[in-house]
Structures are given as structure tokens and as C-alpha cells.
Design a protein around this ligand. Structure first.
Ligand SMILES: [Zn+2]
Length: 340
């Protein structure tokens, strides 16, 4: 059993192509972060090597279990995480691209026949970070993959070299409908309806994110506290705002970039909700537990200012990725808060 929440069409498609022996030699699984790409890639690897055969993994045999734990000799996984392994956190965080060395290492491995499984499966995460040189190296393998190998590129966008995309079977995962996430949280985890609705709304349909929150309830609490901290900045930037920017900049430099992007995403989701409230689209809002505050904010701030700020948060996100000084970028953002 694939045991995947949602993405039924993708699972059906893979099952059918495996059952009819028409599975591709190369796949590109794309979609937003935490939408379920890594799990789909893992299940594909398990199906191709499950000791019981068939078009679904049993999840119980030795092969399935070893793949799940990441120690099957015929399933290799690489990406920014493996490239950064062994480096100090700050050094790993400074790496922006998948280097040719990482791809080459992968390719050396591809030339080996399966040790004990039926197929050698290579999963490359973060494929959107292949630079030109490593993309070209990758192309060689995609053009002539060994007959016993399946390559799975996993990427946050399908915005890769067209020559790479055209040689892969593209599987584009989208966020799940909010109510599917809420239902899964209730039926599988026994969550109360109100909590499930809130978490589903916050997840934006990214099931992996929602499940992480279920496993680490403290995280959800932390999210709520972060949001409260951000809301406290509204209307009184001053010293507390600059302290906030300083703390985030420090996180950023210490290799916790994703945490900082998480802050920006959270803040943007709040102001987007203010816009949706002003536009009278309450069914689409994320922060369903804070409707009163949203209504107040929608009355208080001019829509044009809110809209400009939502865009500015996106710009700041981009600037950070382009290596602008984080403290300056965040301070500049604060100066443009609505009502400021
Ligand atoms: Zn199995």
C-alpha cells in the first residue's frame, strides 16, 4: 500500500505504469515544499524493489523497511542535505547550488548493477538547485540511463533546464484541498474538528507540513507565539521592530535561513488574510481562529497599503535569497508596515 494522503492521480498513474511495465527511467516530481514529494519518491523506490513485487509496496518486507530507513544499498538519495553533511551549519547554509561533485558522485554509483534489489533507484532532492554545469552533467545520465536504473529528480519547481524536463516524466504535485487535509487529520489522528480545520488552513494544503505539526505539537504553539509576536509589531515598529530584525538576521547568518523564511511566510499569510477579509472572501483565509482581529485590521488599514506590504514581503524573501544583508533587508521591510 502506498499509504499516501491525497495525490491519488499520481499514485494511480505510477501503479499503472509499473503494472504494465511501462514505468519511466526518469521522473521529475515537482511541487511546493512539504506537499508530499519525498514520500512519493520513497514509495516509488519501495514499489520497484519490494520483495513481494506488484504495483504497491508491502511496507513490511526487508527491502521496504530498509528503504524507509534510508539504508538499502540500491536506493541512493542525494541533495542539498547530503551535500552539506559533514560541513559546519553555517557553511552548509551558504551553499546555494547542487555542485557538479554531488552529481558526479551520484553518477559513479549509477554505473553499478543492483546489489540485492531489482532496480537501482536514484533520488535527487532540490533538483531546482542544479547549476548549469551540474545540469549538463546530469543530462548525460538522463540521455542514456543504465537499463536497471530509475532516476527520480525532486524539485520545488519544474523550472529546470528544458532539456532536463523533457527527458523526465513530469509529476507535478499540487497542494491538497484544505478539507482533505482536515479530514485526514481527523480520521487518522483523531484531531478535533476545529483544530483540524485550523491546521489544514495553516498548511495551505501541504500535507507534509501538517503532519510535521501533528508530530511536534510544540511547533504549532511556537507558530502561534511567532504570529502574536509579529502582530505586536504592528503600529509600533520602533525599538521592538529593530530588535526583531536583529534576531532574525542573526538566525539567518547562523544557518537558520529556513526559519527566517518561515517568519516571512507567516507574516505574509496574515496580511494576505487581511486582504481576503477586506475583499469579503472569508472561506479562503488561513488564520481562521483570528477572524475578529482580521476584521479590525481590514477596517483599519487601506487596502492599497496592505497589498503593497504583501508584495514587499515577497521582495524581501527574494532579496535574502540573493544575498542582500539580512538585517538591512528586514529593517527596510519594517519601515513599510501598513500604518507606519
Ligand atoms: Zn515490501
Amino acid at each position: 500500500m502506498w499509504n499516501i494522503i491525497g495525490h491519488e492521480w499520481a499514485v494511480d498513474y505510477l501503479r499503472q505504469s509499473i503494472a504494465t511495465g511501462r514505468d519511466a527511467h526518469a521522473y521529475l516530481i515537482s511541487g511546493p515544499a512539504a506537499v508530499g514529494k519525498a514520500l512519493l519518491a520513497l514509495r516509488l523506490a519501495q514499489t520497484l524493489n519490494c520483495e513481494r513485487g506488484g504495483d504497491a509496496p508491502c511496507l513490511e518486507c526487508r527491502a521496504c523497511k530498509r528503504i524507509e530507513r534510508g539504508n538499502h544499498p540500491d536506493v541512493r538519495i542525494a541533495g542539498m542535505a547530503s551535500q552539506g553533511a559533514g560541513l559546519k551549519a553555517e557553511e552548509a547554509a551558504r551553499q546555494k547550488e547542487l555542485k557538479i561533485g554531488t552529481v558526479r558522485e551520484w553518477q559513479r554509483d549509477i554505473s553499478l548493477k543492483p546489489y540485492e534489489g531489482r532496480r537501482r533507484v536514484f533520488i535527487l532532492h532540490d533538483a531546482e538547485r542544479l547549476n548549469e554545469e551540474s545540469s549538463n552533467a546530469m543530462l548525460k545520465t538522463l540521455e542514456e540511463p543504465p537499463p536497471y536504473a530509475t532516476l527520480v529528480l525532486v524539485a520545488n519547481s519544474a523550472d529546470l533546464l528544458p532539456t532536463i524536463v523533457s527527458r523526465c516524466q513530469l509529476i507535478r504535485l499540487r497542494p491538497l484541498p484544505r478539507r482533505h487535509v482536515a479530514e485526514a487529520l481527523q480520521t487518522r489522528f483523531g484531531m478535533e474538528e476545529a483544530d483540524a480545520d485550523l491546521l489544514a488552513a495553516w498548511s495551505g494544503g501541504r500535507i507534509g507540513w501538517a503532519l510535521r505539526m501533528v508530530e511536534t505539537p510544540d511547533e504549532l504553539q511556537t507558530q502561534q507565539e511567532k504570529l502574536a509576536g509579529l502582530l505586536a509589531l504592528h503600529g509600533q515598529p520602533g525599538p521592538s521592530g529593530f530588535r526583531w530584525a536583529e534576531e532574525r538576521a542573526k538566525e539567518y547568518r547562523n544557518g537558520e535561513q529556513e526559519t527566517v523564511f518561515g517568519w516571512l511566510e507567516l507574516w505574509q499569510s496574515w496580511w494576505r488574510d487581511v486582504l481576503l477579509t477586506a475583499a469579503n472572501c472569508p472561506q479562503s483565509i488561513t488564520h481562521v481562529d483570528r477572524r475578529d482581529e482580521l476584521t479590525q485590521a481590514a477596517r483599519r488599514y487601506p487596502v492599497a497599503e496592505v497589498f503593497a506590504f504583501v508584495r514587499r514581503i515577497g521582495d524581501t524573501n527574494r532579496q535574502l535569497r540573493e544575498n542582500v544583508n539580512p538585517q538591512l533587508a528586514l529593517e527596510n521591510l519594517l519601515l513599510h508596515m501598513p500604518g507606519g
